[in-house]
Write a new protein. Sequence first.
Length: 276
Amino acid sequence: MKNLQDWVGNQISGKEIIHQQSLDGFAALMDEPGLTSDIVPPGGHWMYFLPTDRQSRIDKDGHGMKGDFLPPVKLPRRMWAGGRLTFHAPLRAGDLAEKTSTIKSVTSKRGRTGELIFVTVEHEVRNEAGPCLTEEHDIVYREAASASSSIKKEPQAAPEDGDWEVSITPDPVLLFRYSALTFNGHRIHYDRDYCLNEEGYPGLVVHGPLLGTFLMRLAIEKMAGRSLKKFHFRNFNPIFDTTPFTLSGKKETKDQCQVWVRGPSGELAVKATADF
């Protein structure tokens, strides 16, 4: 762990013109009719400042090799563990934007399936007028799939007191299109043989940020279309393309709601708080 701590404070930045084409693709993925807005919606920022690792620098799992910006964690399996987003001001098509990413922490834990390494990355996105978005992104690295890691404890049950419910049926095309929009080469989202035989999953894994995006959209719709100020979410269990899942939630106060993803067996997959 000592050498991994050397990556704390590591920073990269880049500039990009926010283009309308990705917004059109995002709207199509979300099945939105009519003309597309020029405002980047919550979750839409993940379509910009995409990784550009050379093909010779792609690792076995489809991600860029570790050891450049991200620390050289030796654990092979990577998942999106959660995040905390704060929205400051709108980001629009045509804006010249800048993103700065900083490694904030690297921590080691011991879980029921073995060693876990958590890496938290802070992202700041701004346009020429000032800050637009701040995000803390939690990444978890896990040991390779094994007989012991396939032994699962009873998952936490999702809440049953939601006032809103929306059922979503994932499929390989949905996951591929989202991977294409975000230039995400992680093979767990499109390579079924790799999922089953290398990482031990029963199907293609639905992207953590895609689930977060669905929850943000549900929260905004049920809170009368108000502007989202903060969104904190944590992933508990993966969702696969083999069965439908449910978005649910309820209003807590006039300015806050809880939203979550319930898996096909009633398990809690993602839990989030949205502030307006």
